[in-house]
Design a protein around this ligand. Sequence first.
Ligand code: M6R
Length: 604
Amino acid sequence: MCGIMGYSGLRPPLPLLVSGLERLEYRGYDSSGVAFFDDFGALSVVRAVGKVGMLKDLVSDRVAQPGAAIGHIRWATHGGVTLENAHPHQSGPIVLVHNGIVENDQALRIHLRSCGIECLSETDSEVLSHLIRLEYEKDGVFPEAVRRALGHVEGSYALAILCQNDPADLVVVRNGPPLILGLGAGETFAASDIPAFLHFTRQVHPMDNGTIALIRHDEVRAGRLEQSLQDWTPPPSMTISWDPVFAEKGTYRHFMEKEIFEAPRAMMDTLSDRLSVSPVLPELDRLALGIPPVVAFVACGTSWHAGLFGRAFLEQAGIPAFVEIASEFRYRKLLLPKGSWVIGISQSGETADTIGAIEASRRAGFFTVGIANVPGSTLERECDLCLLTHAGPEIGVASTKAFQAQVSLLMMLSLALGEASPRPDLLDALLRAPHRLELFLESLSAESLDARVERLRQSRLVMFAGRGLDYPLALEGALKFKEITYRPADGYPGGELKHGPIALIEPGVTVVAPLVDRSLRAKEISNLREIRARGGYVLAIGPAIGKEGHEIWYDDRIGLPDDPPWSGVFQAAGVLQLLAYRVASALGNDVDQPRNLAKSVTVE
Ligand code: M6R
């Protein structure tokens, strides 16, 4: 969590840092700050509690000279949301921003106290600035001081550091949380995520764990933390294909709304080149792997819901599969058959629990596969094989288009791993799904949802229920709803309702029921009848079934085209995302940056 950014180059750095921090704001928004060399060449620090907008106002009349500068947005872990705890932290000539956790900060504080240094803040990050300063005072070699100081530190860190005496130099370090260099002409950026500098360069170098770099304009030298400065070399780079337009809101009010409507394109970009008359996963073919005896999906949040779909698709293809919450799986005994695959699914590719689960699986000797959206992410680099979704940058904290991209890639994976000639009906449904979703979203007018949004807003409790493929949809609908509306909501397997949750049903409770899984529809409908019989209000999301009005089992229905389930799941997901979005907007909530959440959860 938290976002950091650094720059070294010839442009005035403040506007560029502020706009970069705005693009990283999804990572945290408790406080923000920048450090830069002012027009007298003095190292200045400006910090603000609250969103980047507060910081922007504070620096609007400040002038920074070209050279190096750093910035930070905070998601509080150690210490409350106060100005003292905001980054950057300064100790004499050293100023730094930090993303991560220093695990031995108490021991380091005691050591600092013995050197006569008292910390001013409650953060673990401040100790780093003092440690580096103490080392710097020994020989005045800035990057070497950083390297030596970090030898005393336990924990995880992505750091961007400035030194008063070297105004063009930026030192960055990665040991855990992500840090990506953007290599431009005459300038270099460093940031927790690519959208921070996507407008300036698409040439990137994702830093490896345990590495450090010294940056002076476009000269970059990098090495491992164990290597001394003279052994550092220019790092390799890669070009990413993301379009900077993805990182702009355009005419939409929120990124989340824009990203909901970008789902068809996210699916198309993920499937194209991989799908024509037959499913092709060149990444798999190259390795000439056999069929795994068992596949375990590990993920968190929305990506875990995508994993539930993955399990269903693989089972349909005859491959045993299960899905686990990454934070639980990583500490379990891994009793999988030899040759099993563990597939980590993650939009960001940086979720600490998912990466931890993959690391544990690798240590246990299993073949690891990543499904990640961010190129160069830790998941991509940690896994034996990575399949990238191509949803483009997802800025809204609530995941939307990345989910549809993950689910479409999982469908394709099941086709590629399944029987020699995949079922033509499934292949056809997948081929058509992006366009069908596009047409469907275009047909959904804002007005057609108004009454439903109002009903959900007025409901005392909203529950989501479904069976088969509709169950992960119900879970995802509930997660979207609770995380941005802040209203209690839960998703249930329809058949479980009568084992407890049905006690919650009474007038004023709404049950949202996606109905795209034809195989279990009759059973789902009988569960919904049980809800209505107890005064619950049923909002169905599905195609017309039987004679409308003949036997009413819902109170209201948002119509879906009668497409095959492999197409319908995307449409139902779009409706669930839009309903949550519209209710949260109507409540006046900060949809893109909901309270207490961060986009990438890089701490356990
Ligand atoms: O980047 P990841 O896909 O690994 O993130 C996993 C979850 O943190 C994420 O899906 C989270 O649940 C979102 N807020 C859901 O909208």
